[in-house]
Design a binder for this molecule. Sequence first.
Ligand code: FPP
Length: 250
Amino acid sequence: MSSNSTQPAFQLLPRHIAIIMDGNGRWAKKKFLPRLAGHKAGVEAVQQTVKRCVEKKIEVLTLFAFSSENWRRPQEEVSYLMQLFINALKNEAKKLHEQNIQLRVIGDRTRFDEKLRQQIDEVENLTANNTGLKLLLATNYGGQWDITQAVQRIAAKIESGAISSLAVTDELIQQHLSFADLPDPDLFIRTSGELRISNFILWQLAYTELYFSDVLWPDFNGDELDRAFAFFTTRERRFGCTSEQVTQRI
Ligand code: FPP
């Protein structure tokens, strides 16, 4: 669902927040701990962030848990992260369900081992009909991968004669991307002071407000999220219009 010109110029809260949780390794290093301890502490920051999103009745929270490029990390770290996801899904499933949270995993699952795929299916099935926060975990996800898989599926439809090449529009591409049924992110957050998008959501970030925090991910919490919300409320969202046009609409 693409952002459109009927949205108000100033919003109190974002409907969809997308976060790059960065800085786990640096957090651990600062404390003379192994990198893996940083990822473990990162899980707590995830819990705090989800809690505040539920309190604020946010519709969608997308977290970049593992990028298509993260496989390049040392094998030990990749295995640890996979185990952390399995454990987190196992331990949190009941709590997520009780809080009416719907969990979805986006990204290419084909490279995950059977155990992780099963765990993901279980939690997704358990929470599928929940109507509260939609929590999207982007794992083995990349914005370029998402656009590529969408184009491949569209090309297959053209090849089979189901649609003509003239049917390819922005909307059609958007409908073939991950989270096609959800609003585009209103607020993007990256922690740890890095000023990059790093192949996270690409297409749907077209009109997203970008917020960069110096805080390392394990230190992120509800108060830090409130700071990002405060920034967001000051932003005038113009979607290509002039300031005069959008303020007339309020
Ligand atoms: C980036 O920090 C973080 C990751 C690649 C992994 C994110 C994973 C978590 C926060 C763990 C829990 C998540 C879930 C959803 C259960 P980095 O390692 O790149 O840090 P650095 O740049 O300081 O080295």
